[in-house]
Design a protein around this ligand. Structure first.
Ligand SMILES: *[C@@H]1O[C@H](CO)[C@@H](O)[C@H](O)[C@H]1NC(C)=O
Ligand SMILES: *[C@@H]1O[C@H](CO)[C@@H](O)[C@H](O)[C@H]1NC(C)=O
Ligand SMILES: *[C@@H]1O[C@H](CO)[C@@H](O)[C@H](O)[C@H]1NC(C)=O
Ligand SMILES: *[C@@H]1O[C@H](CO)[C@@H](O)[C@H](O)[C@H]1NC(C)=O
Ligand SMILES: *[C@@H]1O[C@H](CO)[C@@H](O)[C@H](O)[C@H]1NC(C)=O
Length: 416
């Protein structure tokens, strides 16, 4: 189709002509693909950044399990990470700590892979463990920490414990606009995905900081900073501040080198999504991963064949803050694809000691009567309401609902 529109464009139908921004983005993608080494990677542990950029910059996503050159690069990303894990258990090394692991997890999620089950390694647990040990190595400032928050958020595994550092740090941006921007991107992901309202003031603080640092030419500094700032503005709100975003994008276009480069893989990672009107907070929503795409994951390393994923991960949240209760727990649960919500709850109950529930069998299927020892109470007219985050009541029961990757399902003690 692209060729057809190009033809219409040359015939003078200007409505079909790509804009300067689109042309720069496509040229940037071609540069990034040409920059691959003989292993189909980019070297220097930059595969995560390169693949994220391609997934965000190229329409519905660049990776396609039927296109060998894309599969080869994704496998190379996996192999680089696997080699690191076998050399440094727990990735307890400066080169892989925190932010770098966060980038690779984002790369995995963006290519439809499950970081909780990466060749039998649970990278989510590993990253949470590193976040619990903050600060360590270079993982000692909120810029790197934001990459970790993004990784958990895009994987559907974020909760307050892991993002509150960014809320507390809002306004105190050691690295200026760069830090404000990546913090806004990470917290926008949390807001849109979990409905958490406590992140909104921190997002607004970051946006104000970015806007007060706008330069006379419409940029926010060099191409790295401008790329991140534009991403932050899109992450906060796709449809506002359109002129500011466009002007900043045009300064990025002006900065592109004749070969299509913006200065390296990291620059491409920060600039290309911005030219596409996307941000890192979109990595959990890559279109191609919404369909049933066979990913590159296999159960053995090194990978040689492709298989369909067998598991998915989502979040169950239990909230009871009425009638004297103060329960607010999040659980991150991995289940075979196609499991019902009820089956998932049974799996979770077996797996963790602090989640339990009771249900009764009715003609309409299972009905949840008690969670974590808190029972519904007909006298007080309380019951366990089931919502999809932030606040959409489920239209079917626990037997009928089939969780999707990265869902957040809330059980909330409510009154009728
Ligand atoms: C600002 O951030 C720096 C670096 O993280 C930290 O050392 C400092 O204590 C913070 N200042 C305030 C006022 O929170
Ligand atoms: C429960 O905790 C989450 C964060 O983990 C927070 O976003 C939410 O507002 C809390 N809900 C209540 C009712 O306290
Ligand atoms: C979050 O939602 C708002 C409102 O729909 C949208 O404008 C914004 O771009 C979204 N951001 C992300 C990261 O999804
Ligand atoms: C995004 O911006 C548009 C246009 O300024 C505004 O109407 C809308 O309410 C904003 N959305 C959010 C979620 O802030
Ligand atoms: C967040 O998740 C972690 C790991 O699952 C858990 O230990 C922690 O208690 C959770 N925090 C909140 C506020 O739910």
């Amino acid at each position: 189709m692209r060729g057809f529109y190009a033809l219409l464009c040359t015939l003078g139908f200007t409505i079909f002509c790509p804009s300067d921004i689109d042309k720069a983005r496509e040229k940037g993608i071609r540069w990034l693909l040409k920059d691959r080494n003989e292993d189909w990677g980019w070297g220097m542990r930059s595969e995560g950044e390169a693949i994220m950029a391609l997934q965000l910059a190229d329409g519905d996503g660049w990776y396609n399990s039927k296109r060998p050159s894309t599969v080869a690069s994704v496998k190379e990303m996996n192999l680089v990470l696997l080699a690191a894990i076998s050399n440094y258990p727990g990735l307890d090394t400066a080169a892989w700590y925190g932010g770098k692991l966060g980038q690779f997890i984002n790369g995995l999620v963006s290519t439809c892979q499950d970081p909780a089950n990466f060749y039998d390694h649970n990278l989510i647990e590993l990253l949470m463990n590193q976040m619990n040990n903050f600060p360590k190595y270079y993982f000692n400032q909120n810029f790197a920490y934001s990459w970790a928050v993004l990784a958990l958020c895009n994987s559907g595994a974020i909760n307050e414990t892991y993002y509150e550092r960014l809320v507390d740090g809002a306004g105190n941006y050691t690295f200026g606009v760069d830090e404000a921007a990546i913090s806004v991107i990470a917290l926008s992901c949390v807001r849109n995905r979990t409905g958490a309202a406590d992140v909104i003031p921190a997002i607004n603080t970051g946006i104000q900081y970015i806007l007060t640092n706008i330069k006379p030419d419409g940029s926010f500094g060099n191409q790295y900073t401008t790329g991140l700032a534009v991403q932050a503005l899109y992450a906060d709100n796709k449809s506002s501040r359109k002129q500011i975003k466009k002007k900043a994008q045009l300064t990025l276009v002006a900065h592109q080198q004749p070969d299509g480069s913006f200065g390296g893989v990291t620059a491409a990672n920060q600039v290309l999504p911005a030219l596409a009107g996307k941000s890192y907070a979109d990595l959990g929503d890559i279109k191609i991963c919404q369909k049933t795409t066979p990913p590159v994951t296999t159960t053995q390393a090194p990978p040689t064949t492709t298989t369909t994923p067998t598991q998915l991960t989502f979040t169950i949240q239990v909230v009871a803050n009425i009638e004297g209760h103060s329960e607010n727990q999040s659980y991150y649960v991995t289940v075979p694809i196609g499991s019902s919500l009820y089956d998932s709850m049974e799996i979770l109950q077996k797996r963790v000691s602090d989640f339990s529930f009771k249900a009764k069998d009715t003609s309409l299927g299972h009905y949840i009567t008690e969670i974590n020892g808190i029972s519904e109470d007909p006298d007080k007219r309380t019951y366990w309401q089931i919502l999809k985050a932030p606040d959409t009541p489920l239209q079917v029961g626990v037997d009928g609902y089939i969780p999707k990757p990265r869902d957040v399902i809330i059980f909330r003690l409510s009154t009728y």
